[in-house]
Design a protein around this ligand. Structure first.
Ligand SMILES: Cc1cc2nc3c(=O)[nH]c(=O)nc-3n(C[C@H](O)[C@H](O)[C@H](O)COP(=O)(O)OP(=O)(O)OC[C@H]3O[C@@H](n4cnc5c(N)ncnc54)[C@H](O)[C@@H]3O)c2cc1C
Length: 380
């Protein structure tokens, strides 16, 4: 029987893979998503708190994030499918004293692009943030009214459902025994019970990207996230207490801990330490540093989150070898720019297939191009 041929096969149905697959299908390409489990249900995308914001201390990420917020916040206008998975609650970034100049410059850049950012003193934010300690030490708070928090699972599911409606193929529950082999004019994607062929393979497999591209300079870092009860919050990042809050329902919120562990290069994620009492206590202390004295945050549970990182914390997006594109190392900040990355990546993939880049407003990916590396052709 003839092997089914696609223009593009996307390996991985997380926040990196689903947007690029959708933007490619929308541009008229024959696309297949291959996912071991369920789109949005595996890896970091199943664990994220999902803060969506434009300000980022790294200018390259700020550019991607700005486009990312615009796509999330103006979802219908951009023709994205279904209701927006973003809750536009607003977002606050509490700046540490040593970063005040960089933050002010970043806010100015965003304002020049027409994106509203208010520069305020934390004490003047107490009406929107009644849970905040009035004597918070940050000298500056950046308030983004268009920011908020989104649901990564829903985002992935809406995109793959729409991709199928556009004639694309989604192979969920494909199992983790997925091999990539060079084929004439492209790649064979060898599954336990069948083989597909694609002109271009896009590897967006989260931590498993290391198996396909072992030379990609990336590593896995744990990101514990602790669910607290005690306050109804809006999303924030606090540089002074080195933490972040994401709303998790009435009277509860997620709080980031700084007890991170980096895995040795090829170690499996099962080697990451389980959530410990020390991690939970670390998050509780950080939360207490943000909240006013009348609130005593109590841990309710924890997520042993992890994600793929590069040394400069930037994602690795681009062709890693001929016909082999990767969207990897999205780090603990990847959800906010996943749509922008997918849109821009779709342009590069279309051009490689001899087509015109379809998305005129997409970002440049020059600052996040991956180092060229040899793929592992027989990944199992
Ligand atoms: C606890 C936590 C909190 C976070 N909070 C935020 C936040 O507030 N804001 C923000 O912007 N970002 C946040 N992030 C980061 C964000 O969630 C990630 O950057 C993003 O989800 C990464 O998406 P991904 O598709 O690259 O990887 P993943 O989500 O890991 O997806 C990879 C996919 O590949 C599949 N796969 C596995 N093996 C294979 C294989 N062999 N072949 C093919 N596919 C395979 C997996 O099943 C999975 O579906 C957070 C992350 C964590 C862990």
């Amino acid at each position: 029987m003839a092997i089914r041929h696609f223009d593009v096969a996307v390996l991985g149905g997380g926040a990196a893979g689903c947007p690029v697959a959708w933007f490619l299908a929308r541009a008229g390409l024959r696309v297949c998503v291959v996912e071991p489990g369920v789109a949005g249900g595996g890896g970091a995308s199943s664990m994220t708190g999902g803060i969506v914001r434009a300000y980022d201390p790294d200018p390259a990420l700020m550019q991607l994030s700005l486009r990312g917020v615009s796509l999330f916040a103006e979802w219908e206008r951009h023709g994205l499918p279904g209701p927006s998975p973003l809750k536009r609650t607003g977002f606050h970034y509490l700046v540490a004293p040593e970063n005040i100049e960089a933050a002010a410059a970043g806010a100015q850049w965003l304002e020049e692009k027409g994106y509203p950012v208010m520069r305020r003193l934390p004490a003047s934010c107490l009406q929107e943030l009644p849970f905040l300690r009035p004597d918070h030490p940050a000298p500056l708070a950046l308030h983004e009214p268009m920011g908020g928090h989104g649901n990564a699972r829903l985002t992935c599911q809406q995109l793959v459902r729409s991709l199928v409606d556009m004639g694309g193929t989604v192979l969920e529950n494909a199992g983790s025994d997925i091999r990539l082999e060079r084929a004439p004019h492209g790649w064979n994607i060898v599954l336990p019970h069948g083989t597909l062929r694609a002109s271009i393979a896009v590897v967006a497999a989260g931590q498993a990207t290391r198996d396909y591209l072992p030379q990609l300079p990336v590593f896995v870092r744990s990101i514990p996230l602790v669910r607290m009860q005690g306050a109804t919050v809006t999303p924030l990042v606090d540089e002074c207490n080195q933490t972040y809050f994401v709303p998790a329902g009435d009277g509860t919120f997620f709080c980031g801990s700084k007890c991170n562990t980096d895995l040795p290069h090829a170690a499996p994620v099962t080697d990451l330490p389980a959530v410990s009492r020390a991690m939970v206590e670390d998050a509780r202390m950080r939360a207490a540093g943000v909240l006013h004295a009348g609130i005593s945050p109590q841990p309710l549970g924890a997520i042993a989150g992890y994600d793929l990182y590069s040394a400069n914390l930037r994602p690795q997006i681009g062709f890693a070898a001929e016909g082999l594109f990767t969207l990897a190392a999205f780090s603990g900040r990847g959800f906010k720019y996943c749509l922008a990355a997918g849109e821009a990546a779709a342009n590069l993939v279309c051009e490689a297939l001899g087509r015109t880049a379809p998305y005129a407003h997409a970002c440049s990916l020059d600052a996040v191009a991956p180092q060229s590396c040899q793929p592992e052709l027989e990944h199992a």
